[in-house]
Ligand binder design. Structure first.
Ligand code: HPA
Length: 301
């Protein structure tokens, strides 16, 4: 094991330094969880991961305790504009929650275990359900910018290329070597979203579909978009899957929601160029609705 840097308590005690699988030890996760438990009396059983531009979800929590990632021992730092980089404990509709205002993407560090670090900490905190939100590009021709998609399944493109968040030695304290992934997105939670959305009058522009993760950070080529659509993906994004795989590995229930922030370009004659500003603009327009949906359903989980 590498010696810990004396300059910061954040540096992971990586037991294997080669990317993309530089690993943390069980004791690293425990240390972070213990520090958090020592610094707040709140004991969340729901975790919410806010995607690009969706961090304001955390603003509606009451009785908040906020920790900047940089102050939490061993916690990674997020580097993407639109990600605040803080962990917010609080109540949402009376439910104890912990909210990640800013997540980690594989393209930020090329370390898949850094991306999933918070999920294992959540497991040690006693979290039973995670709600993962993300910004995604619409591949399905019947979708529109601003639509919301309940994730019913995913395609793990980096996983196909050998970058899976469960690669490396398995730690049985988190879960089994070969976990099932055909039930990754909880059926009851998906039904609950549909019911809640109906009650809130959000029926148009709500879909259920397949999320495909690509590593990023560039947006997809036209040929890639066509290929992903042929594979059965409805939206494409650069996040979510590593966290979901690790959540399921340790038995946490998952609900995934994608906000279609842009339609991808699939036509060689199109002048449209997907860009991050467009993604953030759409999240700004739709964040209130997503907030309402997540708040209402959190009280019913
Ligand atoms: N592609 C990949 N990731 C994304 C997109 C996209 O079009 N939009 C938002 N995140």
């Amino acid at each position: 094991m590498e010696a810990e840097s004396s300059s910061t308590h954040r540096s992971p005690s990586l037991s294997q330094t080669s990317l993309p699988f530089a690993r943390y030890s069980y004791e690293d996760y425990e240390e972070t969880a213990r520090w958090l438990l020592d610094h707040t009396d709140q004991r969340p059983d729901v975790a919410i991961i806010c995607g690009s531009g969706l961090g304001s979800l955390a603003d509606v929590l009451s009785n908040k305790t906020v920790f900047a990632y940089k102050d939490i021992p061993r916690f990674p730092l997020s580097t993407v504009p639109g990600h605040a980089g803080q962990l917010v404990f609080g109540k949402l509709q009376g439910r104890e929650c912990v909210c990640m205002q800013g997540r980690f993407h594989f393209y930020e560090s090329s370390n898949i275990n850094m991306v999933t670090y918070p999920m294992r900490v959540f497991f040690l905190l006693g979290v039973k359900t995670v709600i993962v939100t993300n910004a995604a590009g619409g591949l399905n021709d019947s979708y529109n910018t601003g639509d919301i998609m309940i994730i019913k399944d995913h395609i793990n493109m980096p996983g196909f290329a050998g970058v899976n968040s469960l690669c490396g030695q398995n730690d049985q304290r988190f879960g089994v070597r070969f976990p099932c992934m055909s039930d990754a997105y909880d059926k009851d939670l998906r039904a609950l979203v549909k019911q809640t959305a109906k009650e809130l009058g959000f029926n148009s522009g709500l879909h259920e579909g397949v999320y495909c993760m690509v590593a990023g950070p560039h947006y997809e080529t036209i040929a890639e978009c066509k290929a992903l659509q042929m594979l059965g993906a409805d939206v494409v994004g650069m996040s979510t899957v590593p966290e979901v795989v690790v959540a399921r590995h340790c038995g946490i229930r998952v609900l995934g929601l994608s906000l279609v922030t842009n339609m991808v370009v699939k036509d060689y004659d199109s002048e449209h160029k997907v860009n991050h500003e467009e993604v953030l603009r759409t999240t700004e327009l739709r964040t209130q609705d997503l907030q309402k949906l997540v708040s209402s359903l959190t009280s019913r989980i």
